[in-house]
Ligand binder design. Structure first.
Ligand SMILES: C[S@@+](CC[C@H](N)C(=O)[O-])C[C@H]1O[C@@H](n2cnc3c(N)ncnc32)[C@H](O)[C@@H]1O
Length: 284
């Protein structure tokens, strides 16, 4: 019979919430103990650990290196939050990008250089691949247009999947047929329903592990940052600090895309709203 403990001690729970908040900005409320336990159970099973107490010892152990601890925190975030994403999610953003943002950036002097975009909290890759498809299509009709995409996440599990670029046909469903024909290839096995992103598209994207709570460690400024459906987990002061860092990372005139349920209202930032869930940096 299983001997799994059925509750986390108050001191472990407090330490756990504190760690998750300080390391990744996610504020879990102590009164959500049952929810937290339910989600933690998944991680205990994956590690074949019997009790919450044992898991907490494993997590807090001082002999674990910073890198190991960060990796485990990525797994913790996997179970505590959702990695839900879609191709062409909140598609009005991609229409705005093509119809307004790219022509504006080009007209204001960005036309001659390579434009840089960042999908921050990219999950399994649907967002950066959508971005690359849209930008590559734009490049076809605008000779000389060059771009690259950086895609980052705190979870190594989702990043590994994103890098593989293999998706089931159900997941690829929102992609229009002409995009699908150009940017996906079928598996050689006719019974498989998997599609793979073509290397010609993959080459535009660099996938990298990054915890948004830490220093970004990047010297290059971005022309557009997509951080959508990520800050929803953070409390207001953490959201504001993060958006201030994103603002610094943007070129003046660069675009900041957030999720449609996320608002920057009342935050002291050099960003002005230009469309729903879309802001533009006005000054340095
Ligand atoms: C719901 S997904 C959003 C994916 C995509 N941006 C979209 O809108 O479809 C949120 C992602 O944010 C990542 N995330 C959460 N906290 C993070 C942090 N502190 N640093 C980096 N990524 C984080 C999660 O691992 C998850 O993959």
């Amino acid at each position: 019979m299983s001997m799994r403990a059925d509750s986390v001690s108050q001191s472990d729970l407090g330490q756990l919430c504190e760690l998750i908040y300080s390391e990744c900005g996610i504020k879990l409320s102590l009164d959500k103990q049952v929810m937290i336990e339910g989600r933690l159970k998944r991680r205990l099973r994956e590690l074949d650990i019997e009790t919450y107490a044992e898991y907490c010892r494993f997590l807090f152990s001082s002999i674990r290196s910073h890198k190991d601890r960060q990796e485990e925190i990525g797994h913790l975030i996997d179970v505590m939050t959702t990695n839900k994403t879609d191709f062409f999610r909140e598609s009005a953003h991609f229409d705005y990008l093509v119809d307004k943002a790219l022509p504006t950036l080009a007209a204001e002097g960005g036309g001659g250089r390579e434009l840089r975009f960042w999908s921050a909290g990219c999950s399994t890759g649907e967002e950066p691949y959508t971005l690359a498809m849209v930008l590559d299509r734009y490049a076809e009709s605008h000779p000389g247009f060059k771009f690259k995409v950086l895609a980052t996440d705190i979870s190594n599990t989702v990043l590994a999947k994103a890098k593989m670029g293999v998706f089931t046909s159900e997941v690829v469903q929102p992609v229009a047929t002409d995009y699908r024909r150009k940017y996906f290839m079928r598996s050689r096995d006719p019974s498989s329903n998997q599609l793979r992103i073509v290397p010609e598209l993959r080459q535009f994207i660099e996938f990298r592990w990054l915890n948004l709570m830490e220093d970004f460690g990047m010297s290059e400024r971005m022309d557009g940052i997509f951080c959508r459906n990520v800050i929803i987990y953070f409390d207001r002061p953490t959201q504001e600090r993060l958006l201030a860092k994103f603002s610094q990372q943007l070129v003046t005139g660069g675009f900041m895309f957030v999720g449609h349920s996320e608002t920057l209202h009342d935050m002291d930032l050099p960003l002005v709203p230009v469309a729903p869930a879309l802001y533009r940096k006005i000054k340095d």
